[in-house]
Design a protein around this ligand. Structure first.
Ligand SMILES: [Cu+2]
Length: 443
């Protein structure tokens, strides 16, 4: 899969470009989203009122196949470490699903009964949350609160009926794992296609990573990011969204990271037709060309591609338009070096020995804010021997469930020592309103 997904380099910027430089006839152009053998239709022919929705396309990310078990659509998701080539030659160690970060896109129809088998091939516990789904609480995937975390090697089977429609997503409900890539799109198509119908329907997941020089594992604790991706690719390795002149286009933007992203489209005005809660009433559709996609939100935008050209679609935060730049530009242009942390050369990322997260360089490298810029110290959440955690007063320290080879898995640990029973302090926060919650819920 890594050969298919490709490469990018920078950022949300430049990421998706959609464009149609000229009007192409059906014979001239084979669209990637077209079904084999499907005839190209004219605009008029696509405007049926009661036709079902066409599948959405997630460039660079596969759809998750399903099998029917009676009237149940059964999907199988595997949480696992993945190698993701975010730009050509830049392969990073992420955590995702079924070999991909973000994970494969799930598409269902309103009213479907679905079963989602989740296997945990990570070295630590995980849990799957169905973001915004109106499902029974025991299916919500909140570790500790609604279910036990899924142990390494374990499985949890989720099953529910979906009456909603819109752009949703699934993600690990372990905070650090989210920052390792563990999210995927979950599109619920309405019983009757939205009006007006669209000719093209795209999904783009926005993510960001802090990946320091000479290392392939993101620092999921960092608050500055140097690699920003659309569907797991940084620009220019993102895949352009190809549309024909005059087509109505929907783009479903999904954000689950640490930053908000104002996504801007050149050359057109769009309307926001949906959020993470589903379709919006048409009376709310005001024109715009930039939509802020906040953390944990989705936004559907629609527009008519009435202006031929190679148009940019990008996050408009300046640092998000660059890769590998946000931590380096300032120090390199000043004589006084970093305001905090180690010396200037190391602050610039000019490694003289070791790698970026070695003991020598520690967490101080390349940080401009001084946060975490002191020399590395022993932390209780570093790769300790299982069963030998540092006892914090008042916490119910237990033995975290990790796999035998956990310390050899790139990225470990993320949440193994941070969530769940390890961090629970039920007694310390005891109050009447907490009565009846599951033991260890406070973790
Ligand atoms: Cu951004």
């Amino acid at each position: 899969m890594s050969s298919r997904r490709g490469f990018l380099q920078n950022v949300l910027a430049g990421a998706g470009i959609f464009a149609s430089a000229k009007v192409l006839s059906a014979q001239e152009m084979q669209m990637p989203g077209d079904m084999p053998g499907m005839k190209m239709k004219t605009k008029k022919e696509t405007a049926h009122d009661h036709a079902p929705s066409a599948l959405a396309e997630t460039p660079d990310i596969p759809d998750l196949p399903f099998r029917m078990d009676g009237n149940v659509k059964e999907f199988h998701l595997i949480a696992e470490p993945v190698k993701q080539e975010i730009v050509p030659g830049k392969v990073v160690d992420l955590w995702g699903y079924n070999g991909s970060a973000p994970g494969p896109t799930i598409q269902v129809n309103q009213g479907d009964r679905v079963r989602l088998i989740v296997d945990n091939h990570l070295p630590e516990a995980t849990s799957m949350h169905w973001h915004g789904f109106e499902v029974p609480v025991e299916m919500d995937g909140a570790p500790g609160a609604s279910q036990d975390p899924i142990a390494p090697g374990g499985r949890f089977v989720y099953e529910f009926t979906l009456q909603q429609e819109g752009t949703y997503f699934y993600h690990s409900h372990m905070a650090m794992q989210e920052m390792m890539g563990m999210i995927g799109a979950f599109v619920m198509h309405p019983k009757n296609a939205y009006k007006p119908r669209v000719d093209k329907d795209f999904v783009i997941i926005l993510q960001e990573y802090a990946i320091l020089p000479n290392i392939t594992v993101p620092n999921s604790m960092n608050m500055e990011f140097n690699w920003l991706t659309f569907n797991g690719k940084a620009g220019p390795a993102t895949t352009p969204l190809l549309v024909r002149h005059g087509e109505r286009v929907r783009i479903r933007l999904i954000n689950l990271g640490m930053d908000h992203h104002p996504i801007h489209l050149h050359g057109h005005q769009f309307v926001v037709t949906g959020t993470e809660g589903g379709r919006q009433p048409e009376s709310t559709w005001g024109p715009g060309n930039t939509v802020l996609v906040g953390v944990a939100q989705s936004r559907d935008v629609e527009f008519v591609a009435n202006n031929p050209g190679d148009w940019m679609l990008h996050c408009h935060l300046p640092h998000h338009m660059m890769n590998q730049m946000s931590s380096m530009v300032g120090p390199m242009s000043r004589r006084n070096g970093m305001p905090a942390g180690l010396d200037m050369e190391r602050g610039m990322g000019m490694l003289r020995q070791g790698n970026a997260t070695s003991e020598e360089n520690g967490p101080s490298l390349g940080r401009g804010l001084g946060v975490g810029s002191t020399a590395e110290q022993t932390m209780s959440n570093s790769p300790l021997k299982a069963g030998n955690p540092v006892q914090h007063q008042g916490m119910q320290m237990g033995k975290p469930e990790v796999s035998k080879d956990a310390n050899s898995v790139p990225g470990f640990p993320q949440d193994a020592f941070m969530e769940g029973p390890m961090m629970a302090m039920d007694q310390m926060v005891d109050k009447p309103e907490n009565f009846g919650l599951r033991p260890g819920w406070s973790g």
